[in-house]
Write a protein that binds this ligand. Structure first.
Ligand SMILES: Nc1ncnc2c1ncn2[C@@H]1O[C@H](COP(=O)(O)OP(=O)(O)OP(=O)(O)O)[C@@H](O)[C@H]1O
Length: 318
C-alpha cells in the first residue's frame, strides 16, 4: 500500500511490539492513529487488573509518537466471544487458546470494523510477528529418535476443576516421588492419566482430528488436493519444528491429520496450523486424538487401552 495520505489504525497495547509497529508506519509516511482496546473490566477481577495501566502506557506511546489516541471497549464482546468460549473449552476437558479466539473475534473483526467505519482507516496494523516473504525458506524436519520404554501405570483422581492440568505438563503427585507427566484426561470421570517420563511414548501421537479448518487464501488450496487428501506441514505450538503431514479432507470442512512422525503432547483445544513451503495455509482446532505410540506398541486399541488396566489411584497434590 502506498503510504502517502493512507490512514492506518494501529492497535497499541502499551507494549513494545505495537509501539514499534506504530513508529515504523509513521516513519514510512502513513497517517497513524493509535487505538487501545479495553477487553477486561477490573470489576470482573478479584485482584489487580493491569488494563488501566496498559491504557496509560498506550496513551503515552501515542503522545511520544505524536499520533492521535483512541480507546475502545470490547469488554462485553470479549466476555461473550472469548472468555465464555474459554470456560466452555475447559469444561470439555480441552486446553483452549484464547489468544487465537481473541485475534479472530476482537482484533480482526470488531477492531477492524471500528477502524474502517469509525476512524475512516484504510488498513489496520498490530504488533504481531509474521514473516511476509518466503525467501530463504527452510522447512525444518527433526528426527524423533528417542523412544524410551516405561510403564504407563498410574492414574489419579482429581477433585475440583482437573482443568488445571494439560497434556504434557509435569504433575506433582502426593505420595509419589519423581516427575510425572500428564498424558490424557477423562472429563467424564475427572481422571488424569500420567506417565513417568517427559518423553514417554504415551505422550506421542501421529493422528488427530480438527474442527472446520479456516483456510486463509482459499478452501483448501486446489492445487494441493488429490482425491480429498493433501500433503503439507503441521505445527501446533509456537516455534515447534514443522512436521510433514497428510490431511484427509472431510465433507464438513474438518480434517484428519496424519503426521509422518509422532509429535509430543498433542492437545485438544490447541490449534493445528498448516503450512506449505513456509506459507501459512490455515488452521483448525484440535478436537480428537488418535491412539498414542505407547498404546500402539502395546497392540491395544483405544477402548481396551491402558486406562482399563488396574492402575494405582493416588491423590493429587493440592
Ligand atoms: N489491549 C490492546 N489494545 C490494543 N492492541 C492490542 C491490545 N492487546 C493486544 N493488542 C495488539 O495485538 C498485538 C499482539 O498482542 P500480544 O499481547 O499477543 O503481543 P505482544 O507481543 O505482547 O505485543 P505488544 O508488545 O505490542 O504488547 C499487539 O502488538 C497489539 O498490536
Amino acid at each position: 500500500m502506498q503510504a502517502a495520505g493512507r490512514r492506518v489504525a494501529c492497535a497499541v497495547s502499551g507494549g513494545v511490539d505495537s509501539a514499534v509497529a506504530a513508529l515504523l508506519l509513521r516513519r514510512r509516511g502513513y497517517q497513524v492513529t493509535g487505538v487501545f482496546m479495553k477487553n477486561w473490566d477490573p470489576l470482573d477481577e478479584q485482584g489487580a487488573c493491569s488494563a488501566d495501566r496498559d491504557c496509560e502506557d498506550a496513551y503515552r506511546v501515542c503522545q511520544k509518537l505524536d499520533i492521535p489516541f483512541h480507546q475502545v471497549s470490547y469488554v462485553k464482546e470479549y466476555w461473550n466471544e472469548v472468555f465464555s468460549d474459554l470456560l466452555k473449552e475447559y469444561e470439555l476437558g480441552r486446553t483452549p487458546n484464547p489468544d487465537i479466539v481473541c485475534n479472530k473475534h476482537i482484533k480482526f473483526n470488531h477492531f477492524l470494523h471500528y477502524a474502517m467505519d469509525n476512524l475512516g482507516a484504510d488498513a489496520i496494523a498490530t504488533g504481531h510477528y509474521a514473516r511476509t516473504s518466503l525467501e530463504d525458506e527452510e522447512v525444518f524436519q527433526q528426527k524423533h529418535t528417542k523412544r524410551p520404554q516405561g510403564l504407563f501405570r498410574n492414574r489419579f483422581e482429581v477433585r475440583n476443576s482437573w482443568f488445571l492440568y494439560t497434556i504434557g505438563q509435569r504433575a506433582r503427585l502426593a505420595g509419589l516421588q519423581g516427575a510425572w507427566f500428564v498424558v490424557d484426561k477423562d472429563v467424564s470421570t475427572g481422571d488424569i492419566f500420567v506417565a513417568p517420563s517427559t518423553d514417554h511414548p504415551a505422550l506421542y501421537r501421529d493422528l488427530l482430528r480438527t474442527n472446520r479448518v479456516h483456510w486463509i487464501a482459499e478452501e483448501p488450496p486446489a492445487e494441493l488436493v488429490r482425491e480429498k487428501m493433501m500433503e503439507c506441514h503441521f505445527r501446533f505450538r509456537h516455534q515447534m519444528a514443522l512436521v510433514p503431514c497428510v490431511l484427509t479432507l472431510n465433507q464438513d470442512g474438518s480434517v484428519w491429520v496424519t503426521l509422518v512422525k509422532p509429535a509430543r503432547a498433542l492437545t485438544p483445544g490447541q490449534f493445528a496450523v498448516f503450512y506449505k513451503g513456509g506459507e501459512c495455509l490455515g488452521s483448525g482446532k484440535i478436537l480428537r486424538l488418535g491412539p498414542s505410540v505407547f498404546t500402539m506398541q502395546q497392540g491395544r486399541n483405544r477402548a481396551e487401552g491402558p486406562k482399563k488396566e488396574g492402575m494405582d489411584k493416588v491423590e493429587p497434590a493440592t
